[in-house]
Design a protein around this ligand. Sequence first.
Ligand SMILES: O=P(O)(O)OC[C@H]1O[C@H](O[C@H]2O[C@H](CO)[C@@H](O)[C@H](O)[C@H]2O)[C@H](O)[C@@H](O)[C@@H]1O
Ligand SMILES: O=c1ccn([C@@H]2O[C@H](COP(=O)(O)OP(=O)(O)O)[C@@H](O)[C@H]2O)c(=O)[nH]1
Ligand SMILES: [Mg+2]
Length: 722
Amino acid sequence: MAKTIIVSNRLPVSLRHKNGKFEFKPSAGGLATGLGSIYKEGENIWIGWPGNDVEDPEQRAEIIIELHELKMAPVFLTKEDIEQFYEGFSNETLWPAFHYFTQNINYDENHWEAYVRVNQKFCDAIIKKASPEDTIWVHDYQLLLLPQMLRERLPGATIAFFQHIPFPSYEVVRMLPWRQEILSGMCGADLIGFHTYDDMRHFLSAVGRIMGLSNESGYIQAENRLINVDSFPMGIDYDKFANSAKSKNTQRIAKKFLGQLDDQKLLLSIDRLDYSKGIPQRIKAFDRFLEENPEYHEKVSMIMIVVPSRAKVKSYMELKEEIDTLVGRINSDYSTLNWLPIHYFYRSFPFEELSAFYAMSDIALVTPLRDGMNLVCKEFVASKVDMKGTLILSEMAGASKELQDAILVNPNDNKGVAEAIKYAITMDEKEQKLRITSMQETIQRYDIFQWVKVFMDRLDHVKQKQLDLQSKEVDADVIRDLGGHFDKAKKPILFLDYDGTLVGFKSKPEDAFPDEELKTLITKLSKKSQVVIISGRDKETLGSWFQGQNVDLIAEHGVWLKMNGNEDWDAYAEVDDHWKPDIKSVMAYYVQRTPGAFIEEKHHSLVWHYRKVESGLGDLRMRELFSHLKYMARGHNLQVLEGNMVLEIKRPDINKGRAATSFMKGNTYDFILAIGDDWTDEDTFQAMPEGAFSIRVGYSYTKATYNIKNSKEVRYLLNKFT
Ligand SMILES: O=P(O)(O)OC[C@H]1O[C@H](O[C@H]2O[C@H](CO)[C@@H](O)[C@H](O)[C@H]2O)[C@H](O)[C@@H](O)[C@@H]1O
Ligand SMILES: O=c1ccn([C@@H]2O[C@H](COP(=O)(O)OP(=O)(O)O)[C@@H](O)[C@H]2O)c(=O)[nH]1
Ligand SMILES: [Mg+2]
């Protein structure tokens, strides 16, 4: 039976050494709870690093057995792996890069090699447990290469990837010497998820620019697989936090804590020790608040929990020093015998105590400089069962996209954060209730279970879409079948589009001339069948490229026809170009503004090319020109069409479909095959009579009978006919 394998760098339990022995402690965070609903079912399993390094084979064997009971399997990391893969490449290269701390990035080739090696180690561990029909869900930036490694070993498996940290702008991604490998690694997945729309669009833009793969509404067409990219904001186990806040035990702990403090407004700050969390900036904003509002001295204090994390990475050690100094200074500046401005804890707390902190605090101060999502803010809101409390939230946290009713702040704006603290302290209960209610509705509805469900449903959807496309793929059976029909036919005809079908795209259209291989293929083919080249190219180009070949030519999407053996071209349609000067001047204006763009003029159409324009800018200008031309086209009864890096304007009554139909009129063919690669060829496919075959190059949705990968495969197929 097919199973689901969850993979993450850290397992939901972590190993601790205790008196020469080891024990498991649950790892902190919402992911373990959310995915708990999956990995505990049936044959499912969670694979990851149990934390710590264990070299002793006997201990390793024991750990394997214990984890097996918990439905987990370990990937053991050596000391070297931990230094170079975990602390090194993951946390000194990818973490700072993806959180926009570009000055902290360590570019170390040895670390990169370790990253490849450990991703491979994960891959090997998974392969031992996985079957081809399984679903493998890989998590986070430590394992970016894993989806593609798995794809190579299990081509048919369902592979998903979710990134928990931000995905930065292309400008940052391009700084990494390993950007190509990283993106290809991720693209091994069928579904790639991020917390926010911004992360998703940054990823799509990087894939477009670095890998040359475009997307349509989040669908990337890789060579032979459709990949979906989408945003899935992660939630928390809402009921767990809400119920705990209401529980007697939590209330007892909260009461005990409160009893040790004087009657004060409490600000809560909870994070792992991490420079992305903006802890020093937060302390400085609190300092400013105290300085500017002396009336609040002894009336407000901050509970600051800093959970130790990645303590061997230099930037983390330095941060610890900085926080210690800042807290020390503020406490020594302001504290009195019965007031400590900051209660600072450098450790983690068990769930019940954490829950009590959430429930008893008036204000949560969550001000990361960057954060993929941030679950702490959601946990705080879910714990406010009495509907009293205020959330101050950084607009740089993924969660801010959902929690618009928080007091949103820019964490770099020292004055703004200090003012937000004052605003939060003075906020009346009515406003608190309104804001909390609205945020709770969102967090309750989009909880962790919903997140898992939506993600998994989407994965099913993508797989189904892939299957639909695959069932139309030209494979060995289809080739055999088409070949059989072709061989039996007495009067076959082939309608072949040129660019993108018989040849690949070139940056200059004139460079896509027929090579020797193609010429030989057409010569052989035309001995066995009538061959019609049906193209959008102008008649002069097409005429000179196919001179001497026994083929019929249809140029400019059906304006011109040159029958095999004829010297001259016949016009299929009247030439009417009185509209051209107007349109051409508009196109010329867009050429002036867009380096790399140029105009191609044909008898019945004008084409604006942007293949050589800086990527992104080309699209933007094309959209502008499109809406401009659409408006003008109406007046002239013209049609504007978007092609492969071109925008073409032409008469609507001229298209390849009409041309093909006129061409076949009065003849009976016993084998008809049309092949083409873009929307202009869809007209041909649609015009084909019953019994005809049609093939679309690429995996876009099509009216054609089949899809085929690329022009190389087209040539392979046609060669089988010769
Ligand atoms: O494994 P560690 O090095 O100890 O780090 C702990 C985890 O930190 C990161 O958490 C992120 O995931 C959260 C949930 O999606 C999200 O809210 C937060 O913004 C992220 O920073 C990291 O992504 C995990 O892989 C680490 O295990
Ligand atoms: O003493 C603590 C402090 C925090 N957390 C948990 O750690 C997680 C932190 O997740 P977040 O997304 O806020 O940040 P990350 O550390 O993943 O960057 C939250 O679920 C907290 O409940 C915990 O278990 N014990
Ligand atoms: Mg074409």
